[in-house]
Design a protein around this ligand. Structure first.
Ligand SMILES: *Cc1c(COP(=O)(O)O)cnc(C)c1O
Length: 426
């Protein structure tokens, strides 16, 4: 081969992986071990002092997880990544590296319901304050920024579906105020949107969804874009100040454009502990090998089902940016030209009652709280994922009483339409 840069499909299969040096195993082995033997005392000392890269203990690094980290960094176009136990752990460790007690961050109001809970309630215990902004109005993010604001957080394709975020506009706001833009890229995956190309500084994932893709493992990823200048910036002491944990080392100086990923690992993951099981890393890696094929099929199927529902007499509206009539269609063409993803919402003329009835009458669709499975999934957010929110928050998050959310799988779309039509008649 020449030294041309490999394409996305090739990276999805090969990035970070090589035949196992010890055994020749072609698939990435599951290094199911807690700890690793040191060569000698000096080797141990250099590992603990961060003078050498290597494995000590699976809470901090593991060779199976390392392949997953390299792969997602390559697919997103970042400098380094960190695999963690869940998407929520990825969000938490990211903010932990940025925030001090008393600090604030500005978040989009169109987020996964669990993120809204995490940000509004649990983060209060750390003295972190979330300030909400309108996902469709970049000026509202700017208006929410104060001297204590440490980051902007949004989703690329936003929950509960059908919303495309103007990442470049939010990046402009972040850059103007010299704070990082964090993008949760779970719903899009790097196959549909690569947020670093639109000015994001940090990408987080729930690998539980489309990256793993088969509904069998919880996992999360943090990707460092390498773009933010932490060095010398006293607002971000985890990266920019001498660390007592490592004899005064300054992570942004020692590790340069992947200092943030290192801080998440050697301060956040080491001390707070949400490590990913190597077995789950293996399953997520296997899922990523077919990510480009699956995301294209998910998007193609979703468009067929969305078009059908948009003409159905029991349906009042469909919110899918792939539809030409959709308010986000122009943003979708700009940010996600290959397809608008698998997840979208629609409204039932019969309201809350009709939503509860529909989820009970479907056979092929599974009624559950997940997205990004090979199987098609349905949920009525108002009675499930978003029920903890106030009515105003529900509506702001696009999860009003008549709203149903679908995550379209890889089945034959004609069978999905048949299942929906039968249940809607009942
Ligand atoms: C599911 C999800 C999360 C949380 O991820 P877990 O792996 O369930 O912890 C965060 N963000 C988005 C967009 C999600 O869909």
């Amino acid at each position: 081969m020449t030294d041309r840069l490999p394409g996305f499909n090739t990276l999805a299969i090969h990035a970070g992986a090589a035949p196992d040096a010890a055994t020749g195993a072609r698939a990435t082995p599951i290094y199911q071990t807690t700890s690793f033997v040191f060569d000698d005392v000096d080797h141990a000392a250099s590992l603990f002092g961060l003078q050498a890269f290597g494995n000590i203990y699976t809470r901090i690094t593991n060779p199976t997880n390392a392949v997953l980290e390299e792969r997602i960094a390559a697919l997103e176009g970042g400098t380094a990544a960190l695999a963690v136990a869940s998407g929520h752990a990825a969000e938490f460790l990211t903010l932990h590296a940025l925030m001090q007690p008393g600090d604030e961050f500005v978040a989009s109001n169109k987020l996964y319901g669990g993120s809204i809970n995490q940000f509004s309630h649990s983060y209060k215990n750390f003295g972190w304050t979330v300030v909400w902004a309108d996902n469709d109005d970049p000026a509202s993010f700017e208006a929410a920024i104060t001297p204590r604001t440490k980051a902007i957080f949004c989703e690329s394709i936003a929950n509960p579906g059908g919303v495309i975020t103007d990442l470049a506009a939010l990046s402009q706001v972040a850059k103007k105020h010299n704070i990082p833009l964090i993008v949760d890229n779970t719903m899009a995956t790097p196959y549909l949107i690569r947020p670093f190309e639109h000015g994001a500084d940090i990408v987080v994932h729930s690998a539980t969804k489309f990256l793993g893709g088969h509904g069998n493992s919880i996992g999360g990823l943090i990707v460092d874009g390498g773009s933010f200048q932490w060095a010398g910036d006293a607002r971000y002491p985890m990266m920019s100040q001498p660390r007592p944990e490592y004899s005064g080392m300054v992570l942004a100086e020692t590790f340069g454009n992947f200092g943030f990923a290192i801080a998440c690992r050697v301060l956040g993951l080491r001390d707070l502990g949400p490590a990913l099981s190597p077995f789950n890393a293996f399953l997520i890696l296997t899922g990523i090998e077919t990510l480009p094929l699956r995301m294209q099929r998910h998007s193609d199927n979703a468009l067929v089902v969305a078009l059908h529902l948009s003409q159905h007499p029991a349906v009042s509206w469909v919110s899918y940016p792939g539809l030409e009539t959709d308010r986000y269609h122009a943003l979708a063409q700009r940010y996600t030209p290959n397809g608008a993803g698998a997840v979208f919402t629609f409204g039932l003329k019969g309201g809350y009652e009709a939503g509860v009835k529909l989820v009970s009458n479907l056979q092929l669709f599974s009624h559950l709280a997940n997205i990004g499975d090979t199987r098609s999934l349905i949920i009525h957010p108002a009675s499930t994922t978003h029920r903890q929110l106030t009515d105003a928050q529900k509506t702001a998050a696009g999860a009003g009483p008549e709203v149903v959310r679908l995550s379209i799988g890889l089945e034959d779309p004609a069978d999905l339409i048949d299942d929906l039509d039968t249940a809607l008649r009942a």
